[in-house]
Write a protein that binds this ligand. Structure first.
Ligand code: ADP
Ligand code: MG
Length: 589
């Protein structure tokens, strides 16, 4: 065997594996080139999610015919005039994208420089020059990519459906449009206008591209730490998603998917969100050029910070302080709402019920008895209560009040019971739905409540597709939905077990759930997952004031429902502090 230099054509194809993984990554490279060419307007056209066609037209600087020929050569770039990678402010600098794409597709570039006369056109088919000649176009550049990977079966195999590729391409456009709000963008897919964004400022652009309700459920951020600056918007913990698909992170205006940053975002929400829930975020970090290395990966979506701890501290600290502030605000508002039930006075601030764990025990969770096996307490004297006697027939006790509009406090014969009302209710709804389904085995579906006025919900087109595709499964669960337009779903009925539900939130979460489940799971298992997601949107959310009667009804239902001791995410729905535990807490024992 002997060593040989690979022909450049092959080198390009190898590089293409890293730079253009799928249509969305080719699209990203083309838009970045337009932005680097100082375009004020970028128009994107896609066919079949980018599999058939990706076309990016800009009004940027344009290229001379000689430059066009150079542009498709490997490692030819106009963006490193003085060899200083550290100082590079453009998206590109590696000179790899165009030759890589040209090696695995049919590539046509048309371009016209501003003061030049005519435009020029150059076509390449899988690395081979196909011809060039004059072209007529306004100043700027139009790049067209057709049949990406058509002749590279090994690659083609890994591409997903046009729908999935379209979703990824839309994501690429969104990220770059957020990075550059000063530039106008349009996106057409299969002849339909999907996005039309006028040049604007950062917050306006983010609002136009993120979940519709973030203006109500979002928190703005603007903070410094030494030479680092963090701005952007994040969702309140209660406004979360089942998938981490709406997290847009930028370092010096460059969209990144960096692990350090994603992890820091996660950490800021620790103990505010269940493990399987994700915040929505658009975060912009500005750092001096010498603090960050962007040349870590050919796609440039990962970065390396000189001082990762400082960046993490900035994100966790900054987010934590706005989230904490928001926590005070919302709990303060709840105290104004005239409580229908007697409420336990919060002990100092919003620390509703601060319990120090008993010294010799690990945590109060340890005291959670297993419901089904716990014998009914007997023969113990109960202190007289000013309201009503604790009935010894009720293992979960009699409701005494509500704390922080989230927890029910009940007095049982053998101790104090605290119930997480949302977690408990969610579980009850799931079990109700399971029972209903078991009872209707073979019959059409579970009980549903028709909405008096069908509700319309605006969503992403991709999300609508997913829901529409699962329509008959959802109908089996009592959720009747219909496609009402490209980006609109119509809800006609919801499962009766659910009570009054947050319908838009439910659909958004279901779409995310369906995306995550894919089609890998058997129908039965999918139904269970989907039922759990539906149950999460029941009427008794944290923050709702309950009447004493409602609280007691919840406790009674829990007592007769299997698995009611834990919520659908595995957290406990209730804990009990036995009298002995309380005595220990007060040092009486
Ligand atoms: P890089 O962006 O890393 O320089 P590319 O292969 O993406 O590498 O592009 C090569 C060169 O082609 C760029 O450096 C730029 O000079 C030129 N070019 C590419 N796209 C455009 C465009 N839309 N407008 C003007 N020039 C462009
Ligand atoms: Mg480039």
């Amino acid at each position: 065997m002997s060593i040989r230099r690979l022909p450049s054509e092959l080198v390009n194809r190898i590089a293409a594996g890293e730079v253009v993984e799928r249509p969305a990554s080719a699209l990203k490279e083309l838009i970045e080139n337009s932005l680097d060419a100082e375009a004020t307007m970028v128009a994107v056209r896609l066919g079949a999610g980018g599999l058939d066609l990706i076309e990016v037209t800009d009004d940027g600087s344009g290229m001379s015919p000689a430059d066009m020929r150079l542009a498709i050569e490997r490692h030819a770039t106009s963006k490193l005039p003085d060899d200083r990678i550290e100082d590079v402010a453009s998206f590109g600098f590696r000179g790899e994208a165009l030759p890589s794409i040209a090696s695995v597709a049919r590539l046509t570039i048309e371009s016209r420089i501003r003061d030049g006369n005519d435009g020029w056109r150059l076509a390449i088919d899988h690395g081979a020059a196909e011809g060039e000649g004059p072209a007529s176009l306004p100043p700027g550049t139009r790049v067209r990519v057709e049949g990406l990977f058509d002749k590279v079966p090994a690659r083609r195999k890994f591409l997903r459906s046009p729908r999935a590729e379209y979703a990824a391409s839309l994501d690429s456009v969104r990220r770059l449009a957020m990075a550059r709000p000063d530039v106008g963008f349009t996106l057409d897919h299969d002849g339909r206008r999907i996005l039309s964004l006028q040049p604007s400022d950062g917050p306006t652009r983010v609002a136009a591209l993120l979940s519709h309700d973030l203006d109500r459920h979002g928190l703005g951020i603007d903070c410094f730490r030494e030479r680092l600056h963090l701005t952007g918007v994040v969702s309140l913990p209660t406004f979360n998603r089942g998938m981490a698909d709406q997290q847009y992170l930028f370092v010096n205006r460059r969209p990144v998917k960096d692990r350090l940053l994603v992890g820091s975002l996660r950490a800021a929400y620790r103990d505010l969100l269940a493990r399987d829930r994700h915040p929505i975020a658009a975060l912009f970090i500005e750092v001096p050029g010498d603090e960050v290395d962007i040349n870590v990966h050919p796609a440039k979506t990962e970065v390396r910070f000189r001082d990762p701890a400082a960046v993490r501290g900035l994100i966790v600290g900054g987010l934590r302080s706005v989230l904490d502030e928001a926590g005070h605000r919302s709990s303060a508002r709840e105290q104004y709402a005239a409580p229908a039930a007697w409420q336990v006075e919060p002990v100092g601030g919003d620390a509703s019920l601060a319990l120090a764990p008993p010294p010799e025990q690990g945590s109060v969770w340890d005291h959670r008895p297993t419901f089904s096996t716990a014998p009914l307490p007997q023969g113990r004297a109960v202190a007289a209560s000013p309201i009503a006697p604790a009935d010894q027939h009720y293992p979960l006790g009699v409701a005494r009040g509500q704390v922080a509009a989230t927890y029910i406090v009940a007095e049982a014969e053998d101790g104090l019971v605290i119930v997480d009302q949302h977690a408990a209710h969610e579980r009850l709804v799931l079990e109700r739905m399971r029972r209903a389904r078991a009872n209707t085995e073979g019959a059409t579906s579970v009980a549903r409540q028709a909405l008096l006025i069908a509700e319309t919900v605006e969503m992403d087109e991709v999300e609508c597709d997913r829901l529409e595709g699962a329509g008959s499964e959802l109908a089996d669960l009592g959720l009747e939905i219909e496609r009402f337009g490209p980006t609109t779903m119509l809800v006609r009925a919801t499962p009766a077990a659910l009570g009054k539900a947050d319908v838009p939130g439910l659909l958004t979460d279901l779409a995310a759930e369906l995306a995550e489940l894919g089609t890998a799971l058997a129908l039965r298992d999918r139904l269970d997952h989907v039922a759990a997601t539906i149950a999460c949107h029941g009427s008794v959310r944290a923050g709702r004031i309950l009447s004493v009667a409602e609280m007691n009804a919840l406790l009674r239902e829990m007592e007769v429902t299997p698995h009611s001791g834990q919520c659908n995410h595995g957290r406990p729905t209730w804990i009990k502090l036995a009298h002995g535990d309380i005595e220990k807490l007060f040092g009486r024992k």
